[in-house]
Design a protein around this ligand. Structure first.
Ligand code: MF3
Ligand code: CO
Length: 250
């Protein structure tokens, strides 16, 4: 069932989203060679708690940390560890924060120092694929229109689309209906209505689209070792389009 949020719920989801945005803004300057992913996680967890938020990933189906930190060929759900970032790495920070009972969710891929032209291309066009998907969001359009726009953009740019994972509705729960796939035919799926809130999150690879699950049972990596990028926003569907609840702050 896809829930329609009330004005009051929307206001709380805006606040949850704002906290997600603030956390990304807070952590950005720390993403440098030498810092470990566990240190990033600890900084973010303290930030979330000190702002009255709940680190919703921690304990979710047994996930141990506040952040998912996915480096290079890791696509999603990387577990923070003693791994230190190196110049030239790319790292996706994905976080879900609960605030007064509502969830906000956003992922962003960051460059560590100087990255290759290929990595910049991957990051740039994964982000753009997200925005191509968002352009389709207005009442009356359908979920499949978003999926198709992302697929078309990614394919035109020769990037692999990871199919095993997808976006989702969000609200009191981190994962609600509907699923928001990153590929598929237009004019299919649920119709978008004002008051729905969804997460749109293309996960694209520089090589083949295939992935494996590591033995930790969480980390998803590309099978061919190619790098992956992931951009995600929490989006409110409005009367005439959409509002990004997790805007990127400078
Ligand atoms: N942010 C992820 C998503 O978009 C979920 C994190 S998985 C968790 O669905 F287990 F760590 F919570
Ligand atoms: Co999500």
């Amino acid at each position: 069932m896809i829930t329609i949020k009330s004005e009051r719920e929307i206001e709380l989801m805006r606040e949850a989203g704002k906290l997600v945005s603030l956390m990304h803004q807070f952590i950005r300057p720390y993403i440098k060679e030498g810092i470990t992913t566990k240190e990033l996680d600890q900084l973010c967890e303290e930030f979330i708690l000190s702002h009255g938020g709940v680190p919703s990933c921690k304990g979710y189906e047994g996930f141990p940390c506040a952040l998912c930190t996915s480096v290079n060929e890791e696509v999603v759900h990387g577990i923070p560890s003693d791994r230190a970032l190196k110049n030239g790495d790319i790292i996706t920070i994905d976080v879900v924060i609960g605030y007064k009972g509502y969830q906000g969710d956003a992922a962003w891929t960051y460059a560590v120092g100087e990255v290759t032209e290929e990595d910049s291309y991957l990051m740039e066009h994964t982000e753009k694929a997200l925005y191509e998907g968002l352009k389709m969001i207005k009442p009356g359009n359908r979920i499949g229109d978003i999926s198709h726009a992302i697929e078309e953009y990614a394919t035109e740019h020769h990037l692999g689309i990871v199919r095993e994972l997808c976006g989702h509705g969000i609200g009191k729960e981190m994962h609600e209906d509907p699923e928001v796939l990153n590929y598929g035919p237009p004019n299919t799926g649920a119709r978008l209505k004002p008051g729905m809130v969804i997460c749109v999150e293309p996960m694209l690879t520089f090589g083949k689209r295939f992935v494996n699950l590591l033995e930790d049972d969480w980390t998803v990596v590309t099978t061919d070792g190619s790098k992956a990028a992931h951009y995600e926003h929490t989006i409110l569907i409005t009367e005439d389009g959409y509002e990004i609840l997790t805007p990127q702050l400078d």
